[in-house]
Design a protein around this ligand. Structure first.
Ligand code: TMP
Length: 259
């Protein structure tokens, strides 16, 4: 592992050169950051859980015809992916008001939105990933109009599919972030889903209690981050029996904290 060439290190993942041209190895760290890395910490076991959760979701998306960079999981923390040219745009899909939308527009968190909203953010840490309009994307050439259409279409398909998947396990999909990348085939570029889909980049609320099962536990110092990620994995059927029974549930966590 140590002799592999590192291609890129992000806040939550590291990319290494893959075994064949056009492939990379995506390594999931336990590191957690929030508010553009102003807050830093770590969630024990997060990398293992996100690797597994993202594998599961990308595999299902592949089965319904959404092209993704995922090839296969290699081990607890690594997966083999296709190398893409990342489009520098974060696509956020929102079903329910929360986070920056609530803050920016003064809409109470938890308010069902009248329709699904897609937002674009320019992926630039130095600028703090600013909210942008389609016009900026076109004017600065970050993506073509066809690519914009493909990303929006895929974002809606992913939202429809994930909303149903999570509803089936008692979870409300509030919002999530997607990233896309280009692959080149015979001089033509095609856009595919990249990065990861995990509780790091989604808001997931328990349908019965509104308990947060995502990175907001870390962002807002709610505690029980690892337990929340484990709960998502458990409900998705990804925890072996032994592990699931040894997992502290959120009730236990609350009792421990005397709440
Ligand atoms: P926001 O409410 O903070 O704008 O976040 C919207 C969704 O996008 C939420 O599910 C978290 C996710 N997200 C990321 O994954 N990475 C980011 O850098 C940001 C700002 C949001």
């Amino acid at each position: 592992m140590s002799r592999r060439r590192q291609i890129y290190e992000g806040k939550a993942k590291i990319l290494y050169e893959g075994p064949e041209p056009g492939t990379l190895i995506q390594y999931f760290k336990d590191d957690a950051t929030a508010f553009n890395a102003q807050k830093r910490g770590s969630i024990a076991g997060k990398g293992v859980l996100n690797n597994r959760i993202s594998e599961h979701i990308f595999t299902l998306l592949g089965q319904i015809g959404v092209p993704t960079h995922f090839l296969r999981r290699l081990n607890m923390r690594e997966q083999l992916i296709r190398q893409v040219e990342i489009i520098p745009i974060e696509v956020v899909v929102r079903n329910v008001a929360a986070g920056t939308l609530s803050k920016r527009l003064g809409i109470e968190e938890g308010t069902q939105l009248p329709r699904t909203i897609i937002e674009y953010y320019y992926k630039d840490d130095a600028l703090g990933d600013p909210l942008i309009a389609d016009e900026h994307i076109a004017a600065f050439g970050w993506a073509s109009q066809d690519e914009m259409n493909d990303m929006a279409d895929m974002a809606i398909r992913v939202n429809d599919f994930l909303s149903g998947l999570f509803a089936g396990i008692g979870i409300r999909l509030i919002d999530f972030k997607l990233e896309f990348g280009r692959i080149w085939e015979n001089e033509y570029a095609r856009v595919i889903l990249a990065d990861e889909i995990s509780p790091d980049g989604c808001r997931l609320w328990d349908m019965a209690t509104n308990e947060k099962l995502d990175k907001d536990r870390f962002r807002r110092d709610l505690g029980g981050e690892a337990e929340a990620y484990q709960e998502v994995a458990r409900r998705l059927g990804l925890m072996p029996e032994g592990e699931a029974s040894s997992v502290l549930d959120l009730d236990t966590h609350r009792k421990k904290r005397g709440k």
